[in-house]
Design a protein around this ligand. Structure first.
Ligand code: 5GP
Length: 125
């Protein structure tokens, strides 16, 4: 069921469980506001998810409600993680599915970093 980005935050979503340490992840990076880990079903040789630690459903509520510190931390962390996994040299793609039409599946904001190969067209035609 795609996420409706206007829905209230549900702390039983899978990334909330990862943040609480109830489910394992393959961590790449962590700071006060952000956690990054490898996607469990990678769609490219590099496929990392960068998430805020705060309770945000999607880019919609994050961009509206997050503090300046949280906004800055996520933005900086995305670039830092891309460098950590070596995706910066050849280029990479960022994706944040947001709400129903995007096909967002997990109701906790996440930014995908894809890299490690040519990534093809931006959207399927
Ligand atoms: P969305 O479609 O919501 O933008 O992307 C959700 C992503 O979360 C998918 O790429 C999926 O493979 C990943 N994912 C779902 N469950 C887990 C999990 O338990 N661990 C990790 N590391 N990734 C997950």
């Amino acid at each position: 069921m795609p996420v409706d980005s206007s829905q209230p935050y549900d702390d039983q979503n899978i990334f909330a469980k990862i943040l609480r340490g109830e489910i394992m992840c393959n961590k790449v990076y962590e700071d006060e506001h952000v956690l990054a880990f490898h996607d469990i079903a990678p769609l490219a040789p590099v496929h990392v998810l960068v998430i805020p630690k705060g309770a945000y459903v999607s880019w919609d509520d994050f961009s509206r409600d997050a503090s300046d510190a949280e906004l800055t931390a996520l933005s900086r962390a995305v670039g830092e993680v891309a460098r950590l996994v070596g995706a910066d040299a050849q280029g990479y793609r960022l994706l944040a599915n947001t709400g129903k039409r995007s096909g967002q599946e997990v109701a906790h904001l996440h930014v995908h970093i894809f890299g490690g190969q040519p990534l093809g067209p931006m959207l399927a035609k």
